[in-house]
Design a protein around this ligand. Structure first.
Ligand code: C2E
Ligand code: CA
Ligand code: CA
Length: 417
């Protein structure tokens, strides 16, 4: 329903990440983030106007008030939310100043903001602007004409997996992620963005997930038989599937059918809703860890997977999404965010995978920060099983042919420390 685009200006990387999560928890996924007025203006210039700007008031250098001034002059935001730890009178003064410049002030929030407080302000805004038929960009309207799905039909033969490797900065393979593709008889090879919403509508996500789990374990097991080493595989699990009481027993049965050690399997879970995790979900996560499977927080910092929750749940890995990495080379503040997450993960003994490492610049920027695993076009695009098998052979025998970088020795101290 919501297609809001929101800019966050906040100079503290952790608070920035938290706010981003709160927006996602409120179903807002088009988010520009900035750690200074200057980057905010650049982001607006590049990515166009936003509906709402959330502005932190106090910052080193130009402050939130100066962004508000720019917004008033350029109309690059329709409304602002003012955020600060200053006392109420300062907040009110700032709001008044903004209104005098013709800015629509949705609200003022004392730090720390909460999901609910932000949600309320967003709802108020939507109530103000939402008209029937107003241009809400729904993903489903952009779908090709997929014939109606039949929940009883077995699509297993058409649902295939592509595989994208994750490697350490030492060049070691840390595993492959399965990414679903639909080899559609009339529409050709479809990317998940095109069909996942449809599967969800049709209640077919569990079918897809079980199918992908089977493809993952079957490949891993075949490699164990053929080469003496199982392949570490990662599968995306919709969080709702953790509601099912039979999820873990059924997975254990699959692991009996394809007997690789459970830690060869990583379950990547994205959180999308802010609701308290149900007891059964928590139990299932714990049971999965007790069974030896690995759990990964996908798209860390963009879902409701907040830092508090991270401390409570038995995750073993976090994946930092492309949006934090993209252009990190030119943006010291982005590297501060990624560096901060890496630092925190290290303290909590979590593995980190950085996704969307697309260019040499991205790679070099990441390698300055520590030693996470990386995934992205710079290493390899998602590929078919046949291509993966060739790629793995090359990695083993001629790593220089497939890796775009010279592997660094594991004992190299991270730069800058
Ligand atoms: P994700 O889990 O975050 O997967 C990473 C996505 O980033 C993949 O898109 C991958 O192709 C893309 N990617 C990887 N490296 C780069 C890069 O360097 N640059 C850019 N621009 N993109 C890169 P894909 O395959 O289109 O999948 C999109 C999303 O669909 C996935 O995001 C995941 O959330 C979902 N998805 C895919 N397969 C499955 C599945 O089997 N089950 C479920 N539940 N979700 C799936
Ligand atoms: Ca994933
Ligand atoms: Ca991801």
């Amino acid at each position: 329903m919501r297609s809001l685009k929101v800019l966050i200006l906040e100079d503290d990387p952790f608070q920035l990440m938290a706010l981003h999560q709160m927006l996602n928890a409120n179903q807002v996924f088009e988010v520009l983030t900035a750690i200074s007025v200057e980057t905010a203006l650049r982001a607006l210039e590049r990515q166009g106007p936003v509906d709402i700007a959330i502005c932190d008031l106090q910052m080193d250098g130009d402050d939130g008030l100066s962004l508000i001034g720019h917004l008033a002059a350029t109309s690059l935001a329709q409304a602002v939310i003012i955020l600060s730890s200053a006392e109420a009178s300062v907040l009110d003064g700032a709001a008044q100043l903004a209104r005098q410049q013709g800015i629509n002030v949705l609200g003022v929030l004392q730090k720390p903001a909460s999901v609910t407080a932000i949600g309320e302000l967003l709802s108020e805004w939507l109530a103000l602007v939402e008209m029937p038929g107003s241009a809400s960009r729904s993903t489903t309207s952009e779908l090709p004409a997929l014939p109606p799905l039949d929940a009883t039909h077995d699509y297993g033969a058409e649902w295939i997996a592509y595989f994208q490797p994750k490697v350490g900065l030492d060049g070691e393979l840390s595993g492959v992620e399965l990414l679903a593709r639909w080899q559609h008889p009339s529409l050709g090879l479809l990317a998940p963005g095109l069909f996942l919403p449809r599967l969800e509508q049709a209640g077919l996500m569990p079918n897809l997930t079980w199918h992908m789990l089977e493809l993952a374990l079957s490949l891993s097991y075949r490699l164990l038989l053929a080469r003496g080493r199982a392949l570490p595989v990662a599968v995306n699990i919709p969080p709702q599937m953790l509601d099912q009481a039979d999820f873990v027993p059924r997975l254990l049965l699959l692991l009996e059918r394809f007997p690789v050690r459970p830690h060869m399997l990583t379950l990547e879970v994205v959180e999308q809703s802010a609701r308290q995790m149900a007891v059964v979900q928590f139990e299932n996560l714990l049971r999965l860890r007790m069974a030896g499977c690995r759990l990964s927080i996908d798209d860390f910092g963009t879902g409701a997977s907040n830092i508090q929750r991270l401390l409570e749940l038995p995750f073993s890995e976090l994946k930092i999404p492309a949006e934090f990495v993209r252009g990190m080379a030119d943006d010291r503040r982005k590297s501060a965010v990624v560096g901060g997450a890496l630092f925190m993960a290290q303290k909590m003994a979590l593995n980190v995978v950085i996704e969307g490492v697309e260019t040499r610049e991205d790679y070099e920027a990441v390698s300055m920060l520590g030693s996470p695993a990386i995934q992205g076009y710079f290493i390899a695009r998602p590929m078919s099983e046949a291509d993966l098998l060739n790629w793995l052979d090359e990695l083993e025998h001629h790593p220089e042919r497939v890796l775009g970088f010279r592997a660094v020795k594991p004992d190299r101290a991270p730069a800058g420390r």
